[in-house]
Ligand binder design. Structure first.
Ligand SMILES: [Zn+2]
Ligand SMILES: [Zn+2]
Length: 136
């Protein structure tokens, strides 16, 4: 979808994107769980421009990715896949949450037993997730 805006909780970091994926994943991996306090709701975006960059903290969560957050309020803002320079933005940080639709759950073999999402979402294990999104 075309352009959107968003920000962290305190507003020190704001962003605009030229386009974003309306359909997004829910990630059950252990890193998202610790980082978010629950499953990760993230969506790929392009043409991402940040205001208040000096307030962005970056954590290298793996060799190939970093996670960005607001140093003032702690909001999770993005996951960046470094080899592709691809930003995957927290769905909850967008100003308008209405366009988004969760379509796929990933890393479902890491999902704790105490909750489940309603609806007919596609469910991919870690191996299926890696094959689908990291290949090629
Ligand atoms: Zn903030
Ligand atoms: Zn994850």
């Amino acid at each position: 979808m075309a352009g959107a805006t968003g920000r962290c909780l305190c507003g020190a970091v704001r962003f605009t994107v030229e386009s974003f994926e309306r359909e997004h994943h829910i990630c059950h991996c252990g890193m998202c769980r610790r980082w978010s306090g629950g499953p990760g709701f993230m969506t790929a975006a392009s043409g991402v421009v940040f205001e208040g960059r000096e307030h962005i903290g970056r954590y290298e969560s793996s060799e190939w990715a970093e996670r960005g957050f607001c140093k003032r309020c702690g909001s999770n803002l993005f996951y960046r896949l470094k080899p592709k320079d691809l930003y995957v933005i927290s769905v909850g940080a967008f100003d308008d949450p209405a366009p988004f639709e969760a379509v796929t759950e990933i890393y479902v073999d890491h999902q704790p037993p105490g909750y489940a999402f309603a609806g007919n979402l596609e469910r991919l294990t870690e191996a299926e997730t890696i094959a689908r999104f990291m290949g090629g």
